[in-house]
Design a protein around this ligand. Structure first.
Ligand SMILES: N[C@@H](Cc1ccccc1)C(=O)O
Length: 501
């Protein structure tokens, strides 16, 4: 029978102890816990040892419990003050009790019979009782000491002092299940050890020295079982949502899209609304709710010529043949600052700066809109906006691009388009994708930018554009059904979530 070095060593130690906890064997052999476990499993498979597992319910201290073990339970801290003063108000206890501890203290002291409660001039007054003067260690105090000293105490043992429920209610203790493993040597094991085992240290790394000196012929090589279960480790990795966004960015760049960036999350209404041909004094301005900046209130407008063209488009359609919105456009209004409400503002900035024709552009932006938080809505979310500009583009190209996004990037199984309205596109479309749990989820809007907008920005060819709520795409991909989870601190999720794309 072939045994590894670790198995031999463990078996020899086990032969001395006959029956031992895994921890003892770890101490005796000087091996790692995992190595001993693996050796024992090996020995068990060969019939040389037997493993016994026993689970036990134990109680251990919570963080609060640990604190109490150091500074004393609130009732003791309060009683100390009471003993000194005889009579106190709740205010007098503020020095020794935290706010959370103050609330239940009256009930606690009364239940123990340590204090009487009265009202004096509208204030609660606590007065010490005989019981309070003579109070000494109670079962719960002993339980706390026991837990502090031993770390974990079996439920059975604690319950002799206080019900575990009581410890849980007071947030002092919590329950846990520990599994204890014990190994026992079998008769075969004993016989093998009696016959004598040669403990030859195994080599786990083949070094150049071993080869050069020819020693490799003499040493014993350690065998590795690469299918053996090991402890899970969680190496550092990108936050799953961040990783998702980065991959989309990469993918779009690979597809030939140029990324548009901007330094600030704050935007003038000019770029958020006006440059997109959204009328200032019209309900359409509220096609979505937005926030406004209190301080500073205003920013600056771009060059006069551009502002004049946007103004002309709003007032009478500029040189597009449109009649515009027919009102007097106000530069003051356009200067107001706001947290950016959609990524489309960057489209306008880019078009005004000039674009390659044909060209494809995109941006991933954090945007802000008031909303009621729920599993599909956040007030702060991310959008991928983008546009394609070129001579012969039409609506079909747009639908094709959008569908590819939803299916390829988000892994949506079904997609549907519905007519929609945006002041800056004509025609406009809304896209929804199907999620097995959420049903149809709206993803975003798209359309062909209106001439009143593009002409004023200096562009003479069709521009197809879209804005997609990327957070919802991420939900599809990451397999979560609550959008708030994207920003979760839940360590388990952060560790276990697969990095998908
Ligand atoms: N900006 C729009 C989406 C959109 C972008 C581009 C064209 C049409 C619509 C939104 O936030 O919903």
């Amino acid at each position: 029978m072939e045994l590894s070095y670790q198995e031999k060593l463990t078996l020899i130690k086990l032969a001395e102890l006959k029956r031992a906890k895994v921890e003892e064997l770890v101490k005796e052999s000087g091996l790692e816990q995992v190595a001993v476990m693996r050796a024992l499993l090996g020995l068990q498979a060969k019939g040389l040892a037997k493993l016994h597992e026993r689970s036990e319910r134990v109680v251990k201290l919570t963080e609060i419990g640990k604190k109490y073990a150091q500074i004393g339970l609130p009732e003791w801290r309060a009683l100390k003050v009471l003993r000194e003063k005889g009579k106190v108000t709740l205010d007098d206890l503020k020095d020794v009790l935290s706010e959370d501890e103050l609330k239940p203290i009256v009930g606690l002291l009364r239940r123990e019979g340590w204090a009487n409660v009265r009202k004096e001039e509208g204030k609660l007054v606590l007065e010490i009782t005989e019981n309070g003067r003579e109070a000494s260690e109670r079962p719960i105090d002993r339980a706390l000491k026991l837990l502090a000293g031993r770390g974990e105490v079996p439920v059975k043992e604690i319950e002799k002092l206080v019900p575990v429920k009581e410890l849980k209610r007071r947030k002092i203790g919590e329950e846990d299940v520990i599994t204890e493993r014990e190994a026992e040597i079998t008769r075969e094991g004993e016989e093998l050890v009696k016959k004598g085992l040669e403990l030859r240290k195994e080599v786990s790394v083949l070094t150049p020295e071993l080869i050069k000196s020819g020693k490799w012929k003499e040493v014993e090589f350690r065998k590795f079982d690469i299918t053996a279960p090991v402890r899970r480790i969680y190496p550092g990795k990108k936050q799953p949502y961040r990783a998702f966004l980065d991959k989309i960015r990469r993918r779009l760049i690979e597809m030939g899209f140029i990324e548009m960036t901007v330094d600030s999350l704050i935007e003038t209404q000019f770029w958020n609304f006006d440059a997109l041909f959204q009328p200032q004094n019209h309900p359409a301005r509220e096609w979505t709710d937005t926030y406004q900046l209190k301080y500073p209130k205003v920013g600056s407008l771009p060059e006069d010529e551009l502002v004049a063209r946007v103004k002309a488009a709003h007032e009478h359609g500029g040189d597009t043949g449109s009649r515009g919105w027919g009102y007097v456009w106000s530069p003051e209004r356009a200067m107001l600052l706001m947290p950016r409400a959609h990524g489309t503002a960057l489209d306008a900035r880019q078009l005004a700066k000039g674009v390659e024709i044909p060209g494809k552009y995109f941006t991933i932006q954090r945007v802000f809109r008031p909303d009621v938080l729920d599993r599909t809505h956040l007030i702060e979310f991310n959008q991928i906006d983008g546009f394609v500009v070129g001579e012969d583009l039409n609506f079909r190209h747009l639908l094709g691009i959008l569908k590819r996004f939803a299916v390829e990037i988000a892994g949506a199984k079904k997609v549907k388009f519905l007519p929609d309205y945006y002041p800056f596109t004509e025609p406009s479309v809304q896209m929804s994708a199907y999620h097995p749990e959420l049903g149809w989820v709206e993803f975003g809007g798209a359309g062909i930018f209106r001439e009143e907008m593009t002409k004023a920005l200096g562009i003479d060819v069709p521009v197809i554009a879209w804005g997609i709520g990327i957070d919802r795409l991420a939900m599809f991909k990451l397999g979560i059904d609550d959008i708030r989870y994207l920003f979760s601190y839940d360590l388990r999720w952060l560790r276990e979530a697969r990095l998908v794309w």
